[in-house]
Design a protein around this ligand. Structure first.
Ligand code: IPE
Ligand code: IPE
Ligand code: MG
Length: 246
């Protein structure tokens, strides 16, 4: 089906978040090592990013490495970090050309020095991009992010600059890594897994979830169009009744 022509460009999600999953299984199917899958996932990242920007999506968040992923075998973690450094420096000119600004969420200080360096360089270089913001979630987990926000708020209350009754949703959201970024309306997870894996627990409160069996290295333009088309056919009620919406 040609989903692209079915998409209503006036009702695009402003922010799409993706759990890029299935690289290891994709590699196994080809009789290769897991890292081969990660390498092949890069073309999906490139195509998804360009397609989202072309359509007019404003924010794209990609879950690239979770807090829990540090528990993988040392060789895989090292290979992923190397791939990250290499990809960031290689792709920065394309991001720049396409007006895409790079941001990160997560415990960036926990990454190897070379990664921190490349990320900072790429963020500086693309800072003026105003077509779309690409947010990489790296060493990210929602529980880590929420605890960190609670610590910051507790400090503010302790030093007297905030009163407990001043803490509301907007104060809390302003302490998260995603401060200033609208919540995703659509969350996509590839590879047939139906779980959230510690991703954006606060921000996804009212997101529409789209699950596909496609493994991340096979994810292409058409798969993104299909997800957006599916999203546009949902009724988002936000607690109201269907009649109230129509
Ligand atoms: C997603 O693919 C990439 C990362 C989590 C870094 P996986 O590596 O989780 O692939 P599967 O789930 O084992 O197939
Ligand atoms: C989630 O994928 C994290 C990323 C995509 C970076 P995992 O493959 O690590 O998730 P679980 O552990 O299977 O839930
Ligand atoms: Mg996985």
């Amino acid at each position: 089906m040609d989903f692209k022509n079915k998409i209503d460009l006036n009702r695009l999600p402003k922010h799409i978040a993706i759990i890029m999953d299935g690289n290891g299984r994709w590699a196994k199917q080809q009789g290769e090592q897991r890292i081969f899958g990660h390498h092949n996932g890069v073309s999906s990242v490139r195509e998804t990013t360009e397609t989202a920007a072309e359509l007019g999506v404003k924010y794209l968040t990609l879950y690239a490495f979770s807090t829990e992923n540090w528990n993988r075998p040392k060789e895989e973690v090292e290979a992923l970090m190397e791939l990250l450094v290499h990809t960031i420096s290689k792709e920065t000119p394309t991001l720049l050309k396409n007006g895409i600004k790079l941001e990160t969420i997560g415990d960036i200080d926990s990454l190897p020095r070379s990664c921190i360096y490349e990320l900072n360089e790429a963020k500086k270089a693309t800072a003026a991009g105003d077509r779309m913001t690409l947010i990489l979630a790296l060493s990210y987990s929602a529980k880590w992010e929420i605890i960190r926000a609670v610590q910051q708020i507790a400090e503010a209350v302790k030093d007297g600059s905030m009163q407990p009754n001043e803490i509301d949703e907007s104060v809390f959201a302003s302490k998260l890594c995603t401060a200033g970024i609208p919540d995703p309306e659509l969350m996509i997870r590839t590879s047939g897994e139906h779980r959230i894996s510690n991703f954006l627990l606060w921000q996804l409160s009212y997101a529409e979830f789209y699950f596909t069996e496609v493994l991340w290295p096979d994810f292409r333009k058409e798969d993104l169009y299909a997800a957006i088309y599916d999203y546009q056919n949902r009724e988002r009620r936000f607690g109201k009744t269907s009649e109230q919406i129509q």
